[in-house]
Design a protein around this ligand. Structure first.
Ligand SMILES: *Cc1c(COP(=O)(O)O)cnc(C)c1O
Length: 367
């Protein structure tokens, strides 16, 4: 049996009539940029999260980058984030001209360790960027307390956590801005690139809207800022509106799959993902830890199960961030050799899950 790591074609088949109709309508309408679907998606997505405003942009990376830019962050500034994340988090910071400063993660949640923030603070620090990694929320209260104490804005990287909760609140609604990606494999994914910033700050939203649309103000062809061209298009917005209707059900299905794995893998000796009592995990990824990760990955591949590593090289060890190589991040560096992401998406069948669990059981017996 084959268990691919993702199966976006299967996800399309489930929604084919709705998606085909939505796409056809947009093409026929002749309105492709900043039309009614973008406006409606922004309303629907912000309501779904319980935030006043959503501004769509053309990627999660741009959502992060434009949020920093709108807050005046750039050359000579520092933004504290984690190294154990998609490289995009750090790229967004670097794109403003600011430098990322990396702190270690909590080994149980894989997320920013709030206790490490004080050691990373400098007179150049201008913002904090916690990442709700794999779908589990960061412990936000201590992060927000630290931010308030030092007068710093908090920009949440929610690219992997649409619908995750921290103490009953949606991630993205806690900091000054929440940034989402609609990359195809994310919990809410387009058929192309896309992203959004959500915020309760109307002035920030207005500035973001302008920055994403060339820097144009209320009046056309009059530039307030040197902005970017970073808009979500109508086709993607129409597709995302259909998918947003099913997002709660898809997240519930991801949680069911996770429970099934947690039960089926409980006696295998693998370190399994946890959900803190203050959080609701949306299992963008289901990441286990094993001291024999590479051998397990190879064994799974031979059994037809695709597994992946997110991420094999932490950002501070990437060639592009070579000046950070001396950073000491012991948990980050330890995790990297042990983590393995198992397939987790709504279209997986029970037979496929049993196959994954069986293959891992066989491996543990043989070793
Ligand atoms: C996917 C991702 C991003 C970037 O989103 P794009 O839409 O691909 O630009 C940023 N941060 C994290 C943690 C991500 O997983």
């Amino acid at each position: 049996m084959e268990v691919p790591y993702v199966n976006l074609a299967a996800a399309y088949r489930e929604l084919k009539p709705e998606l085909d109709e939505a796409v056809q309508k947009v093409i026929a309408s002749g309105s492709y940029i900043l039309g009614e679907n973008v406006a409606a998606l922004e309303d629907e997505f912000s309501s779904w999260l319980g935030v006043a405003e959503a501004v769509t942009v053309n990627s999660g990376t741009d959502a992060l980058y434009l949020s920093l830019k709108a807050l005046g962050i750039g050359d000579g500034h520092e933004v504290i984030t984690v190294s154990h994340t998609a490289v995009n988090t750090a790229l967004a910071i670097a794109k403003t001209g600011a430098e990322p400063v990396f702190v270690d993660v909590d080994a149980d949640t894989f997320c920013m360790d709030p206790g490490a923030l004080a050691g990373a603070l400098s007179e150049r620090t201008r913002a904090l960027m916690p990442v709700h990694l794999y779908g589990h929320p960061v412990d936000m209260d201590p992060v927000m307390d630290f931010a308030a104490e030092h007068g710093l804005p908090v920009i949440e990287d929610c690219a992997q956590a649409h619908g995750a909760l921290y103490r009953e609140r949606a991630v993205g609604s806690i900091g000054h801005a929440g940034c989402f990606s609609f990359y195809p494999t994310k919990n809410l994914g387009a058929c192309g690139d896309g992203g959004a910033v959500v915020t309760d700050d109307a002035a920030l939203a207005r500035k973001l809207r302008s920055l994403a649309n060339c820097g144009q103000g209320e009046e056309r062809y009059r530039n307030e800022y040197r902005g970017d061209v970073s808009r979500l298009d109508e086709l993607q917005a129409a597709i995302l509106r259909e998918k947003l209707k099913r997002l709660d059900a898809c997240n519930r299905r991801r949680r069911e799959i996770a429970s099934y794995y947690l039960e089926g893998l409980s006696s295998t000796g693998l370190v399994l993902p946890i959900e803190r009592e203050w959080g609701r995990h949306v299992y963008h990824l289901f990441v286990v830890r094993s001291g024999r990760r590479d051998a397990l990955k190879t064994h799974l591949e031979r059994s037809g199960v695709q597994a992946m590593v997110h991420y094999p090289l932490p950002v501070h060890l990437q060639p592009a961030f070579a000046e950070h190589r001396s950073d000491r991040l012991p948990q980050t560096q330890k995790l990297v050799d042990e983590i393995l992401s198992l397939p987790v998406y709504p279209e997986l069948s029970k037979d496929q899950l049993d196959h994954v669990i069986g293959a891992i059981g066989n491996f543990q017996q043989e070793h």
